[in-house]
Design a protein around this ligand. Structure first.
Ligand SMILES: Cc1cc2nc3c(=O)[nH]c(=O)nc-3n(C[C@H](O)[C@H](O)[C@H](O)COP(=O)(O)OP(=O)(O)OC[C@H]3O[C@@H](n4cnc5c(N)ncnc54)[C@H](O)[C@@H]3O)c2cc1C
Length: 317
């Protein structure tokens, strides 16, 4: 065989490898698309009478990358490269490409949860009208495990301690009786011809409402950051967890980056950084070589950024 023939065989092999990698990447993308489509109409029950249901979505990881390329130029076509770009965007708070993805949810939730939820102003909302229609005979009654004492450390929250069984039973009964009584009286008021828009003020905050809620991924990430957090009230966290469960299937790369760089990341104050520096004592960044940092999961660029942060920490003292 001549050298020329050898070269031809090498080229053919290379082409085969590239074609099979492209095929694999296409298959992977098709699997991701199928998993995303399967989320439409998916309903996750929340609390006893509520739910989160994905009505529709627009865009995916590719839409984020496509938008980013407008600013960074074309070139990164493969899934692995898309992942790197999405992670870069998330790490450096280049947030607008994430706004290219949108989600529309149908949510059924108690009014007291809706009051917290509605504070997030960047969504589009259309709510069930208690002026136009009768309110449903559905109320949130917490599970016994949620009947806990006021937290001594967090003035806004409940503690881990449940109340004595007798107290729990009494509270649950009072809540339920109150809900039933106010609903019966509400219906009786409507019977007299009294307007729905005012009769509803008799109902407690535990009554259920429904809305369509549309939001882009960037703002949803902000919502989830606040409402998946331990400090958020348990009842709204349940809904946030349900939405997270849906969204991670639609934008798996963005979700992974979000978990790594926002959800699981911590922000340190200046004083905490000084304390950390003291704690680390004489340790210097060169004690961790690049291979160890790579094994932890940092990319080359992240290693550079991490070393810059350590140098920054060093400069504090
Ligand atoms: C654990 C917890 C406890 C809370 N306790 C209370 C409480 O006791 N009382 C209370 O009233 N609220 C409370 N809130 C609500 C909180 O103060 C915020 O209103 C809510 O979390 C929405 O946050 P946001 O404004 O960042 O979100 P969004 O309204 O979704 O806004 C997203 C981002 O857009 C920007 N933005 C939106 N609108 C404006 C604007 N008009 N001007 C400037 N920037 C804007 C901001 O950067 C904002 O962060 C609590 C929230 C949490 C998570």
């Amino acid at each position: 065989m001549t050298d020329g023939q050898n070269g031809q065989t090498d080229n053919q092999d290379e082409l085969k490898v590239t074609a099979s990698a492209a095929q694999e990447s296409n298959q992977e993308q098709m699997d991701i698309d199928a998993a995303a489509q399967a989320q439409i109409g998916r309903r996750i029950d929340c609390l006893e009478n509520g739910f989160v249901r994905l009505v529709d979505f627009m865009g995916n990881d590719a839409a984020i990358v496509q938008a980013a390329r407008v600013s960074y130029g074309a070139g990164t076509k493969r899934l692995r490269e898309d992942r790197g770009l999405i992670r870069y965007l998330m790490r450096h708070a280049h947030t607008t490409p994430f706004e290219m993805v949108e989600f529309k949810f149908h949510v059924k939730l108690p009014v007291f949860v809706a009051r917290q939820w509605i504070r997030h102003r960047t969504a589009n909302v259309n709510e069930y009208s208690g002026r136009y229609s009768e309110m449903p005979d559905q109320f949130y009654l917490p599970e016994a495990a949620q009947i806990r004492s006021q937290s001594a450390v967090n003035r806004q929250g409940r503690s881990e301690d449940t109340l004595p069984e007798a107290e729990t039973e009494k509270i649950l009964q009072q809540l339920e009786v109150g809900q039933q009584r106010s609903y019966a009286e509400y219906l009786a008021m409507l019977e007299t011809g009294f307007a729905r828009e005012l009769a509803r003020i008799h109902l407690p905050l535990s009554v259920y409402t429904e809305w369509y809620w549309k939001i882009d991924l960037h703002n949803l990430f902000h919502f989830l950051h606040l409402r998946l957090d331990d400090h958020a009230q348990f009842e709204i966290r349940v809904f946030a967890e349900a939405m997270a469960d849906i969204v991670k299937n639609i934008v798996p790369l963005a979700w992974e980056a979000y978990e790594d760089y926002r959800l699981q990341a911590i922000r340190m104050t200046r004083c905490e950084r000084i304390a950390l520096k003291k704690l680390l004592g004489q340790r210097r960044d060169n004690e961790l070589d690049d291979a160890e940092l790579t094994a932890i999961g940092l990319s080359k660029r992240e290693i550079r950024e991490f070393r810059r942060k350590l140098a920054d920490l060093d400069s504090l003292l």
